[in-house]
Design a binder for this molecule. Structure first.
Ligand code: PLP
Length: 288
C-alpha cells in the first residue's frame, strides 16, 4: 500500500510513491495501528463513504507489530456495526501461523481475505476469498471483472496445491511452531541472561529481531530507528557465517519445514555469539 497518512487523523492519505495518483491516495485513509480512538473518529466521520477497512492482522511488513486480539475484535465489531467490510491481508500471515492463518488463530471472521506467497508454493500467486454473497459479485456470476494473463496459471496452481498438501499433513504446524520456539527461545534466554537490549518477537513460524527491551512493539513509531545500526552490524556477521537474513532490520524472518531442529539450534547458538560481539562493538560498523 503506497499511501501514507495525511496531516491529521481521519484525513485522506497522500501517496508515498511516485506513480500513485493523488485521486487514488485521496480515496484512502491511513490510521495508526492499535489506536481505537483514531478508528472510531475515522468511521464516524466517513462511514457512509467507506468501502472497507483493511489490515494485516499480523502486521509483518515493518517489523512484527503483534496486535492485541482485543484490537482486532474491536475492528470486527465496529466495521460490522457500520456495515463496512473488514479485509484481512494475510499475504504474509496466511498459512504461516496455522492453516487458517491469523483469522483462525484469533478466531475472527473478516469479510474478505487476501493471500499470496505460501499459497503459490514459491510461484507467483495472489488469491482472495470471501463469503458466497461477496464472491457472487465477481464475473462471470457478477459484474466485477477480474482476470489476467497469469490468473489461475496451471503451473503456479500445481505448486500451490503441492505446498498446501504438505501443510495439511498431521502435526505440520505443531512441528513448525516447536522449531520456531526452540530457535527464538535460545536467543531470548541468551539476551536475558546477558542483559542485552534484544528480543525476538514471534508468532507461528514468523519471527523478528528487535533491538529493544520493550515487552510489546505494536506501532511503527515504537521502533527505535537508531537500533537498526545494531541490526546492520549483526547482519554482516551473520552473512560471514553463512546465515542469510533479509537485508533490513524491518524485515521479518520465517522458519520453514526444511529447517531441522539441528540447523536451527546451531544457527541460534552461533547468533548468540554474534550478538555478544555486536553489543560489545568489537566488530566494525559497516554502512550498507
Ligand atoms: C502484507 C502484504 N500484502 C500485500 C502484498 C502485495 O502482494 P502482491 O504482490 O500479490 O500484490 C505484499 C507483498 O509483499 C505483502 O507483504
Amino acid at each position: 500500500m503506497l499511501v501514507k497518512a495525511g496531516s491529521g487523523l481521519a484525513t485522506f492519505g497522500i501517496s508515498s510513491s511516485a506513480g500513485v495518483p493523488e485521486s487514488v491516495a485521496g480515496d484512502t485513509i491511513v490510521l495508526p495501528l492499535n489506536d481505537e480512538a483514531a478508528m472510531e473518529a475515522a468511521i464516524n466521520k466517513h462511514k457512509d463513504d467507506l468501502a472497507a477497512v483493511i489490515i494485516e492482522p499480523v502486521p509483518a511488513n515493518n517489523g512484527l507489530l503483534l496486535q492485541d486480539k482485543s484490537y482486532l475484535e474491536f475492528l470486527r465489531d465496529i466495521t460490522r456495526k457500520h456495515n463496512v467490510l473488514l479485509i484481512f491481508d494475510e499475504v504474509i500471515s496466511g498459512f504461516r501461523i496455522g492453516f487458517t492463518g491469523a483469522a483462525g488463530f484469533y478466531g475472527i471472521k473478516p469479510d474478505i481475505l487476501t493471500y499470496g506467497k505460501i499459497i503459490g508454493g514459491g510461484m507467483p500467486v495472489g488469491a482472495y476469498g470471501a463469503s458466497a454473497a461477496i464472491m457472487q459479485k465477481i464475473s462471470p456470476d457478477g459484474n466485477v471483472y477480474q482476470g489476467g494473463t497469469l490468473s489461475g496459471n496451471p503451473v503456479a496452481m500445481a505448486a500451490g496445491i503441492a505446498t498446501l498438501t504438505e501443510c495439511l499433513k498431521k502435526d505440520f504446524y505443531e512441528s513448525l511452531e516447536k522449531k520456531t520456539n526452540t530457535f527464538t527461545g535460545i536467543l531470548n534466554s541468551f539476551a536475558k541472561e546477558n542483559n542485552l537490549p534484544f528480543k525476538v518477537f514471534s508468532i507461528g513460524s514468523i519471527f523478528w529481531f528487535a533491538f529493544s527491551e520493550k515487552e510489546k512493539i505494536q506501532r511503527a513509531d515504537e521502533i527505535d530507528s537508531e537500533s537498526m545500526t545494531k541490526f546492520n552490524t549483526l547482519y554482516h556477521e551473520l552473512l560471514d557465517h553463512g546465515i542469510y537474513f533479509g537485508p533490513s532490520g524491518y524485515e521479518v524472518g520465517f522458519i520453514s519445514d526444511a529447517h531441522t531442529e539441528e540447523i536451527l539450534s546451531d544457527a541460534a547458538k552461533g547468533i548468540c555469539g554474534m550478538l555478544k560481539k555486536t553489543f560489545a562493538g568489537s566488530s566494525p560498523l559497516r554502512i550498507d
